[in-house]
Design a protein around this ligand. Structure first.
Ligand code: ATP
Ligand code: MG
Ligand code: FE
Length: 341
């Protein structure tokens, strides 16, 4: 079955073709980052308008690079939520219009389910059940995953998401938007021991996180500096990243211990962080569990994860209802499970 996947939940227009036998055939992505950077964050109305401009040319380019035409598509999957309402509506409208014109099934996908299942696109892939650490721009959650659609929330952030904390900290260090990748690049040149930053909730008995205090601690530190030269900024970045990584690794290990699972899956944009990957890999060989990541290019938003999640759900004969809407707010735990038999 050939599935066209469309992602427009925020500031990336992503389109992909996933074939249930042959795997991922092609994918195309346009990021609006440069457009929003001027404003220091995503402007929803600009995001929707840009998705409108991009989505059809991206779809055509994707079909062309896979050597396929619209007629070859068996089904269409799109991001139904959560995300920006106007941006979601673009993908939902295009997907449903195409499905209607081609007389093919269409299915709305939960964006976080897309992220969560994206490590299955890599080889080797994890098998169910596993623990997932989902660390993106809008979410930080630890989840027990026992099958497609079977997600139990174990813990989550009480305030900022991990990616949001990276971005806000980068912004106050003058690293632009979104600053997560820039912060982590600068951290490589810094000394993480020069400044000591808090590890929020590191020893709390639950699996929750809190990152806003860490960001505030950086703000205080920045204000205390007589001069914020490049080497001081690099040292602050290194200290911040070390604190983030230590908390994320510790809580992931705790979730594995509590549930007895031996596989850990990392998903979402922060999963691209090199230091996080190094520390998790080290912990995995020390504690004898396996850790899985999405292919690097599929850590942040993309169409491939949506096409893939769609293929998994559609193979179980799940279909959309014929009418469509979007769900800007949507609880992942409310999804229906897919019977693996
Ligand atoms: P959500 O999926 O929760 O709706 P989102 O789609 O905006 O949010 P993603 O696209 O998964 O989030 O990830 C983007 C986030 O990942 C940004 O906050 C970005 O700074 C962060 N990020 C990307 N690369 C890195 C990196 N190397 N180190 C740290 N953070 C990173
Ligand atoms: Mg994005
Ligand atoms: Fe995302």
């Amino acid at each position: 079955m050939l599935v066209l996947g469309i992602e427009t939940s925020c500031d990336e227009s992503g389109v992909a073709l996933y074939d249930s036998e042959q795997g991922l055939l092609a994918h195309q992505l346009h990021t609006q980052m440069a457009m929003h950077a001027e404003y220091g964050g995503v402007v929803p109305e600009l995001a929707s308008r840009d998705h409108i401009r991009r989505i059809l040319p991206l779809t055509e380019a994707c079909l062309k690079s896979a050597g396929k035409t619209l007629r070859d598509i068996d089904a269409i999957a799109y991001t139904e939520g959560p995300g920006l309402a106007g941006a979601l509506l673009v993908g939902a409208s295009v997907a449903n219009a195409l499905a209607f014109a081609l007389d093919k099934p269409v299915i709305g996908i939960h964006h976080l389910e897309g992220h969560l299942l994206s490590p299955l696109l890599a080889t080797p892939a994890p098998t169910f059940p596993f623990i997932a650490l989902l660390v993106s721009g809008g979410h930080s959650q630890l989840m027990e995953v026992t099958g497609v659609g079977q997600y139990t929330l174990l813990g989550e952030t009480l305030d900022d998401a991990a990616g949001e904390a990276f971005d806000k900290t980068a912004k106050l260090l003058g690293l632009g938007y979104p600053g997560g990748p820039a912060l982590s690049r600068l951290a490589e040149q810094g000394n993480p021991k020069r400044f000591s930053l808090p590890r929020p909730m590191l020893h709390s008995p639950d699996l929750d996180f809190s990152f806003s205090g860490l960001k505030t601690a950086v703000l205080t530190l920045v204000r205390e500096q007589k001069q914020l030269d490049d080497s001081t900024r690099a040292d602050i970045c290194a200290a911040f990243q070390e604190a983030m990584v230590e908390v994320l690794v510790a809580k992931s290990l705790k979730a594995l211990k509590q549930t007895g699972h031996r596989q850990l899956v990392i998903a979402g944009g922060v999963g691209a962080n090199k230091q996080l990957r190094q520390h998790l890999d080290a912990a995995a060989s020390r504690k004898r569990f396996s850790v899985f990541y999405p292919p690097l290019e599929f850590c942040t938003d993309n169409g491939a994860m949506i096409a893939f999640a769609g293929a998994l759900r559609l193979s179980q004969a799940q279909r959309g209802s014929g009418s469509f809407g979007v769900r800007p707010r949507w609880d992942l735990g409310s999804l229906c499970a897919v019977d693996p038999t």
